[in-house]
Every structure is written in C-alpha cells, then in structure tokens.
Design a protein around this ligand. Structure first.
Ligand SMILES: [Mg+2]
Length: 168
C-alpha cells in the first residue's frame, strides 16, 4: 500500500540501530520540518547524539527537504554534519535518488523518514525505499500542511488498526 509506512515511530530518536539492522538499512534520508525541527526551528537536544551514535555504527545520512528556505536546511545540516538537498518537491523521486547517489547505497538499504504521508512516505514507497513515519514535532504547520493533516490522520488510523488486526 503506497500510503502506508513500513514503520511508525513517535520521533526519530526511536529509530534504533537494531531496527535498522533488522531491516537491512544502511542509510537514512531525513525530512526537516516537523521531523528534525519544529515550526520555530528548534531541535530536540536528543537528535544530535542520536545521529552521532548511528554514524558510529556505520549508518549514512542525507537530508531531503521540500522547503525552499535554503538557510534553514543548511543550519540543520551543519548542526548534524550531514549533506542535504532542499526544495526537493517530494513525493517526486528526484530528491530521494540524489540522496541515494550521495550515500552510494541501493534503495533496498535506505530508509526515508518524515512526518507526512503525502510527501515523505509516498515518495519513499515510490522509490522502493523503506518508509518511516514519525509524529510531527509540533501541531503548528504551514498552511498547506495544515490542510493535509486531517486526511493523514485518517490514513494513519486505518494503518494502525490494520497493524493491530494483524497482531491478533
Ligand atoms: Mg515535514
């Protein structure tokens, strides 16, 4: 199902090396807005140690953001010391493939992480990458995202009840 993520986490720091190894993931593509930073550009202090720890275990990183705000993405990328592509127009495959080339990995070994089904998850699924949905950091969104949230909530609820049924 193109609308469903392969995994649903509360936030990025819940993505452990064990989860990545179990799924053969060697590289992570990260979204920025509401995945790494909130509306006011604040980043949780847990994020940097999470990235550093996974890097030590050999995991590669690349940022792919839809925002056209270059400076914002650059600051995040410098803070975490990972390469970036911005104005990616996800769910277009282009940004995902650029990141794949940058990390020099097969799509089978890449997971893309983001807070939006319509952009991050559909894009990752189209590229045959492992898709990880995280809860948005803050409730506050730019207008266009706000419009999409109720639809996303509906899909997430269906996804969670499907997962629940499969567990029983
Ligand atoms: Mg986002």
């Amino acid at each position: 199902m193109i609308l469903y993520p392969n995994l649903y986490c509360k936030d990025v720091t819940q993505i452990t090396i064990e989860i990545l190894r179990q799924n053969n993931i060697k590289g992570l593509i990260l979204d920025v807005d509401n995945t790494l930073i909130d509306y006011n550009k604040n980043m949780s202090e847990k994020v940097k140690p999470w990235v550093d720890n996974l890097k030590k275990q050999g995991i590669k990183f690349c940022i792919v953001s839809n925002t056209n705000k270059h400076e914002k993405v650059k600051v995040v990328s410098q803070k975490l010391d990972i390469p970036y592509f911005y104005f990616a127009k996800k769910p277009s495959k282009k940004g995902f493939f650029k990141a794949k080339e940058k990390m020099n990995l097969s799509e089978k070994n890449i997971a893309a992480v983001g807070d939006q089904i319509m952009t991050d998850i559909i894009g990752a699924n189209r590229c045959k990458m492992f898709s990880i949905l995280v809860e948005p950091i803050s409730e506050k969104d730019i207008f266009i995202t706000k419009v999409k949230r109720p639809i996303e909530k509906c899909i997430i609820n269906r996804y969670l009840s499907k997962m629940h049924r499969e567990k029983e």
